[in-house]
Design a protein around this ligand. Structure first.
Ligand code: ADP
Ligand code: TRP
Length: 332
């Protein structure tokens, strides 16, 4: 039986963090043996915020290196830069004809970006979900490992696939978001507000490139209070977040110890954060070290990205010829 097709991408907009790891990369690594995987660096997507041309290459290579450092094996998956696969923008153009201005304007991520960058509400920002749909549909993927924040974009990709089907005939499967275990994950930021992210709140985000002491400092600064005043109290969201982070990187019995202490009102948040900081350091340090040595091997990264692009183009070009034929662009 042929393997199911999987696609996912990460924008090259900065250093990768725990949210990227637990929302996306951990799933990539778990999927690489059993699925036909296409993972890419979404460098075209990063252009919506007009990055300095000098920074592009380093950003793309770093995201690739950090993915490999987290356990992605470029022999098993196609790892490539989005801009190396010209079939993606071609499909994006086709899908743009099926996407409506009204629906794009309603997308929460668009509205948020438009609020944050009022001087640069460009058409690329508006059509971001169309490019993302093209990334996925180009390989006719069925599963897309992403964090919870991407659910709506996936829904739009399914809508575009359906619209293509009703206009030109069934062709694209409808891709669904995927996370091993139960639900999609949202890794909270350390200040109790929102999620960890590449571009915002750097002090409340743990980056995979953070040095040990910086990790300790960030965690010790996480918001707490004087502790619960009655047994089995409900947790305020910022305390729940600390428990959630502990669940991700600490041993089960450590987590249970602090849960029991919380329920018995004997918890000392200082001790809990110290423990979390050490477990976090033990988790991040080996990834940071591997990523940093890989980044020094430019020749290797270049070869990996080129091989990946070749494999991605093989699959993408088949999709594009069939899409062209269905649309009627087959003149000769
Ligand atoms: P960022 O939001 O940090 O700029 P991207 O938009 O490039 O990162 O996201 C890449 C992947 O990481 C996506 O699958 C996204 O859902 C996931 N992701 C990003 N932040 C988080 C988070 N805090 N928790 C869970 N998943 C996340
Ligand atoms: N939009 C995603 C994000 O902001 C990144 C992305 C671009 C992506 N294209 C994709 C994720 C295709 C999965 C599949 O996180």
């Amino acid at each position: 039986m042929s393997k199911e097709i999987v696609v996912s991408g990460i924008r090259s907009t900065g250093y990768l963090h725990l949210g990227n790891y637990f929302g996306a990369m951990r799933n990539y690594v778990k999927m690489q043996d059993d699925y036909n995987c296409y993972f890419f660096v979404a460098d075209y997507h990063s252009l919506t915020t007009h990055p300095d041309p000098k920074d592009l290459k380093a950003n793309v290579f770093r995201v690739a290196a950090e993915n490999i450092a987290c356990g992605l094996d470029p022999q098993k998956v196609a790892l490539y830069a989005q801009s190396d696969v010209p079939e993606i923008p071609e499909l994006y153009l086709m899908l743009n004809m099926l996407a409506y201005k009204g629906e794009l304007e309603k997308v929460p991520t668009f509205k948020e970006k438009a609020r944050n960058q009022p001087d640069n509400i460009n058409a690329g920002l508006l059509t971001y979900p169309v490019l993302m749909a093209a990334d996925i549909l180009i390989h006719r993927a069925v599963k897309v490992p992403v964090g919870k924040d991407q659910e709506q974009h996936l829904e739009m990709a399914r809508n575009f696939a359906q619209r293509f089907a009703s206009r030109y005939g069934a062709f694209f499967p409808e891709p669904v978001p995927f996370n091993f275990g139960s639900n999609l994950i949202k890794v909270p930021s350390l200040d109790g507000e929102g999620k960890m992210s590449k571009s915002e709140n750097a002090n409340a985000t743990i980056y995979l490139a953070d040095e040990d002491d910086l990790i300790r400092k960030k965690i010790m600064k996480a918001k707490t209070d004087s502790g619960p005043t009655e047994p089995n109290a409900e947790m305020p969201p910022y305390i729940e977040n600390i428990f959630l982070l502990m669940e991700l990187v600490s041993q089960a019995d450590t987590l249970q110890f602090f849960r029991d202490a919380y329920n018995a009102c004997t918890i000392r948040y200082g001790d809990m954060k110290k423990q979390l900081a050490e477990d976090m350091v033990a988790f991040v340090a080996p990834i940071r070290q591997r990523a940093s040595s890989l980044q020094n091997d430019e020749a290797l990264l270049r070869k990996i990205l080129k091989d990946g692009a070749e494999r991605a183009r093989e699959s993408a070009s088949q999709t594009i010829s069939e899409a062209r034929r269905l649309i009627g662009i087959n003149y000769y």
